[in-house]
Design a protein around this ligand. Sequence first.
Ligand code: COA
Length: 310
Amino acid sequence: MNIKICGTGSALPEKVITNKDLEKMVDTEDSWIVDRTGISQRHVASDEENVASLGTLAAKRALEMSNMTIADIDMILVATCSDDDRLPNCACMIQKGLGGTTVPAFDINSACTGFLTALTITDAYFNSGMYKRILVVGTETLSRIVDYTDRGTCILFGDGAGAAVLEAVESDTRMVSSLFANGEKGDALTCTAAGKVLMDGQGVYKFATRCVPQVINDVLSKAALTTDDIDLFVLHQANKRIIDSIARTLKSDINKFPMNIANVGNMSSASIPVLLDEINRKKLIKKGDKIVLSGFGAGLTYGACIITWE
Ligand code: COA
């Protein structure tokens, strides 16, 4: 069974914090942030918005594009690491927001690898024959756990949600994926229940530029493909320099790496589905395209997959 992405959707809060706004909050400069990260602004949730409300909106848009309703969905998977509430889980809150269904709904927390993890879980359910249609949502309000006095982290993160309606289809190809976690290096990026994000920026940078090319080469070799066979690399949007470095290591054309980080910053598990929705709505993907998706982040976790667009 292959995964068909029937529809995508996203939701970004209206409120924006620009680099100029951050200049008034911490000792930083717009030009430094742009040079070191590629980020110019990030969206920030209002008091009325949360991971569930943003995720519900993104899910509604994905269902609409799929010409489906929630009644067509067998399961709801939500990737998030910034839910305000411990109980109920965000997936059940989104289920409530969509209404009219009692299908299983649960959360996954593998930080910025969350959407990738949800895709591999979906692949396993589809190929076990257990479910045929799964709604996957990546949603974050990182602004609630970011320390706006720490210039090393507050410049990076933003809020938003992305969703995809996935369907199992008979096909000659199947998604190929690899997921890894290195808990021993977990101290590089942490956030305690009552605290804020703490990060060893250079440590995470080195991990990403080393491990992401490795895991992408791993899935390419599993699929017996080379980078030349890949039409698009949809990577977690953590830092433009990280993506540039990965493209160089893979000796691949940077034009195959779409980016939206300048406008949205790092939205953890929402980054990949929001970017996917953006390029899908711009009709930059065509049937038969081979797309690498890759996520990396706290854990430390990382992973990649190759999907063939149905
Ligand atoms: N504005 C201005 N100066 C800043 C700054 C900011 N926002 N943040 C740090 N600096 C300063 C540092 O204090 C340091 O000054 P010093 O030399 O006087 O000590 C200098 O800039 C260099 O700091 P450094 O941490 O080496 O910068 P960097 O080039 O590594 O960039 C990050 C910092 C955070 C942008 C970069 O390490 C990064 O993006 N890492 C990956 C983080 C990430 O992607 N995390 C999420 C993964 S999912």
